[in-house]
Ligand binder design. Structure first.
Ligand SMILES: Nc1nc2c(ncn2[C@@H]2O[C@H](COP(=O)(O)OP(=O)(O)OP(=O)(O)O)[C@@H](O)[C@H]2O)c(=O)[nH]1
Ligand SMILES: [Mg+2]
Length: 338
């Protein structure tokens, strides 16, 4: 463990010699202090999808928006959808159905409606809930390397702390000491507690201990970080499946949320990733990060259509406030706003 591990972090616990930095007199920070934590850079969805709106959607508008004397070039519409990461076969389907609609509101409206229809219905205002009353709610965060998992956990912890929930962060990315430190900083910022073991420890054991601690203290929510891994590495995917099973073992019937964190700039490979993680862990939701950095927001439609798993949040920046709940109608409206 490097010298100074945990400095400036929240309460840190674990069997493997990570000492609490400041033994807190109260088990939880005053909720007021969490409420006072500035939620910087609160971003709007419209700003977050600005690149996509100016990118593939602007191209669609150019092709379909104006007078369509002689009819639009549907082939180019298909190309624009593919360029926006909607995916090849889906683009063909959308064009076919949009043409068949003969929408009195116009061809752009037809394509917009077909895209919107791909998004899976969901209850609004999602938040983690325990399946068994009295148990903590559990969120397991998974994804390939560098997609924004740990940052998303920090944003989620801040959000739910501000709503008055008590939160434990499980540092189950034991691959690097720096990963534990990074999570510790987010624990401190959000007024959460981190449960960590030493680097190299068994991630399942970290999650098990975090759940134990949550049950013992009546904590509302446990969010587990995991190491980024390539979806093609069988042994690493097996390890993740094991972590998932450990949650069931410690909290039978818990039905944890498993959120797959996808970097929106990844392109169609994101679909293959999502399928592999879904197979290993049974995804219940998706967080699409870095939407601010891409003009290809069409991946949202591709992934929901392929997996029937809802996008729960989108990341639109690096600050704590840059995580927005995903609502299909608002998303489509923001994309197609003039
Ligand atoms: N622009 C932008 N950057 C983001 C967003 N989310 C995360 N990032 C950045 O992406 C980088 C990687 O974020 P991490 O949270 O460390 O990613 P990770 O998935 O935990 O990485 P590993 O643990 O190494 O697999 C950081 O520089 C983050 O600030 C987002 O929504 N928008
Ligand atoms: Mg990480």
């Amino acid at each position: 463990m490097p010298e100074g591990q945990g400095q400036g972090t929240g309460e840190i616990e674990g069997e493997a010699a990570i000492e609490p930095v400041e033994p807190a007199s109260a088990p939880w920070p005053d909720p007021l202090s969490a409420a006072e934590t500035p939620v910087e850079g609160v971003a709007s969805l419209a700003a977050g999808v600005a690149r996509s709106r100016g990118g593939f959607v602007a191209r669609l508008r150019g092709l379909l928006g104006g007078s369509t004397a002689g009819g639009p070039s549907w082939e180019e519409v298909e190309e624009a959808l593919i360029a926006g990461d909607v995916g090849g076969s889906l683009a063909i389907d959308i064009v076919e159905r949009a043409r068949a609609r003969r929408d009195p509101a116009g061809n752009l409206a037809a394509v917009r409606s077909e895209l919107a229809a791909l998004l899976v219905p969901r209850e609004g205002d999602w938040r983690p809930r325990p399946a068994v009353p009295g148990q903590p709610a559990v969120i397991l965060i998974v994804g390939v390397n560098g997609t924004g998992k740990t940052t998303t956990i920090g944003k989620l912890a801040s959000r739910f702390r501000a709503e008055g929930m008590s939160v434990i962060l499980a540092a189950a990315d034991t691959f690097r000491a720096a990963a534990i430190e990074q999570l510790g900083i987010w624990a401190s910022r959000s007024g959460s507690t981190m449960i960590a073991h030493a680097p190299g420890a068994d991630p399942g054991a970290v999650v098990y201990d975090a759940l134990d601690a949550a049950v013992a203290r009546g904590v509302d929510l446990v969010i587990a970080d995991t190491a980024g891994r390539l979806h093609t590495k069988v042994n690493l995917m097996d390890e993740l499946a094991k972590v998932r099973r450990i949650i069931d073992k410690r909290l039978p019937g818990a039905r944890p949320d498993v959120l797959f964190v996808l970097d929106a700039t990844t392109g169609q490979n994101g679909l293959a990733q999502a399928r592999a993680f879904n197979q290993a862990t049974g995804l219940t939701g998706i967080v699409l990060t870095k939407l601010d950095s891409t003009a290809k927001g069409g991946i949202v439609f591709a992934i929901e259509a392929a997996l029937a798993v809802p996008v729960r949040f989108v990341g639109v920046g690096e600050q704590v406030g840059d995580l927005l709940p995903f609502d299909p109608e608002t998303f489509v409206a923001a994309l197609f706003a003039e």
